[in-house]
Design a protein around this ligand. Sequence first.
Ligand code: SF4
Length: 725
Amino acid sequence: MPASPVTETRSTCPYCGVGCGVIIEAQAGQITGVRGDPLHPANFGKLCTKGSTLHLTAAAEVTRQTRLLQPMQRLHRGAAPVPVSWDAALDTASNQLRQILTDHGPNALGFYLSGQLLTEDYYAFNKLVKGLLGSNNLDTNSRLCMSSAVAGYKATLGADAPPACYEDLELAQCVFLVGSNAAWAHPILFRRLEAAKAANPTMKIIVADPRRTDTASLADLYLPVAPGTDVLMFHGMLHIMLWEGWIDTAYIAAHTTGFDAVKALVRTATPERVAQECGIREQDLLQASRWFAQSPATLSLYCQGLNQSSSGTAKNAALIQLHLATGQIGKPGAGPLSLTGQPNAMGGREVGGMANLLSAHRDLANAEHRAEVAALWGVADIPAQPGKTAVEMFEAAADGEIKALWIACTNPAQSMPDQRMVQRALERAELVVVQEAFANTETCAYADILLPATTWGEKIGTVTNSERRISRVRAAVPAPGAARHDWQIAVQLAQRLEPQLRPGLPTLFPYPLQPASAGAQALWEEHRASTAGRDLDITGLSWELLDASGPQQWPMPTGATQGQARLYADGLFPTVDGKARFSATPYQPLAEPVDARYPFSLTTGRLRDQWHGMSRTGTLGRLFGHVAEPRLHMHPQDMERRGFQDGELVQVSSRRGALLVPLQADAQLSPTRLFMAMHWGSEFLSGRAADGQRLLGINALTQPAFCPTSKQPELKHTAVKLQKT
Ligand code: SF4
């Protein structure tokens, strides 16, 4: 019998926001290989350790052992889930949702999605929740990832639009990395920066981070900024730039407003004060300010170190203001470029898939925007009441206000801060539905109904990476078992609810379920039309054009032949007066400062070879070769002072819980600072809350305090103490 042919399918890597293109090899319905797509402008054929092993995580044996392949339902809490049909699962879920809606109103419902969903999935869910159910309680794990970057862009530049692009790595003369370990978290982009530096040794690289990470090994100047003090550091840089006459007064006058207030604000951010409070030597702050301001082109790359903070918006805005003050924006090699953590956090924002957003970068708080979206969808109105953001949603469920939680493609029981609070929310909710590709996430254990979803290599749609580039995602193999696409599940739920919620009216969800490509494309077309005249206008970008010309950067309005590499070259910003805004937000210290009882600052972050809660990367032994087990990193001097040994098991406690974990001596850290990777969940780490409840990983310790503007929690700092076991 002739062997089945090997097929090759162009798609994208499902891990980080670099958004690398992949070519998936498959044979007889099974993924057999993966390689980098040489034609994809994000990676030109390169893949990191995670991307290059994707096919192994999709092997038949791994699928059998790890995937959720059949709808399941618990007959009562505490019972083991039993297989049910799709119709039975969706009927039960829709009936219970409808009952809660009738009894308690739309604000008793909460939907928690993921930056790993495709744009089309997001669009369907957003319309279901805000258009049909009349609730704005839809948020995503992007709230934990990029919401401070969004708020920072909007506060200063007027729109959630990263102005620079990857090509700027080669064109910059100075690159300022802040709160980003790109060497591990965005490896292909970092390799590109290494190559750019090798080709242009005069390029200056500055790295500001509380840890001296692998990224800092490329730096000409390393600034060991103390946790939470970034705003003061940026204000100190602006103070020096003003003092030395390094600002671009002509650019400020022509293209910005509000500079005088910021100028007054930074007067107290003297080098002496910055040195004392941020832990940065005065001469290093001066050098960083000089290189940033006087370089012909300065590019800033930043990530969770700025975003996951109780002052995340202020941090983002203060950095962007350095670019505005020096005219380092809107020209090749210059500008702020936030690095997206997840593969499609950008796409989710584009369709308004968050509690405060609406389609095509419209704002829920704006009555005109609500009316525009209502007209686009053909509904009477969009509710004005702000939706609950991630932490607020789980706190409301723990308090009994939200009674139904619908969770798609994310694992809040492991990844949300203050894990005991999240457990209480999942226990107290009357209905918990989890649609997931993987069967054994910590959140699955709380689900009343489990719905099997497709994942990498099976999904169809689009994603947007950190440089606004939209790529097609294509299926190389059919969905395994009974798995369905996330948008299909949303549409099938909507179709069950519409007869009672919109009796006699035409459906809001006219998307064909089969073939799946037709339904996904219909969702894309509706999203595309909704962007007309908006900052991210993609009315000129069809799937056919993406297929023919490859990935494109938005905006790409009707008539454009290609996307736009960088924004604001004309100095015009998407604000009422066309000018960018300085915002005089004072420096605020950490929400939970260290004190005599909790004297250490714990920060969390990624490992090079793991992803999120490890549901995919944790299936491969070889990805544990880099780091094999959880370790709490501590400066050797701190260990010596307290009599700890390398490898010793200690109890690390915060005000919320405690974990047992081995110590690792690490001179990359400054004294009194600790680090632990975010990935380790219940399989690896065991702990207890104050009430004795078992906890499941690093977020046993972390705090729910969040930025008042972006509502992004402060995952980068927790005050903790250590005890011998
Ligand atoms: Fe995937 Fe990111 Fe690695 Fe690229 S850099 S292969 S997108 S994990």
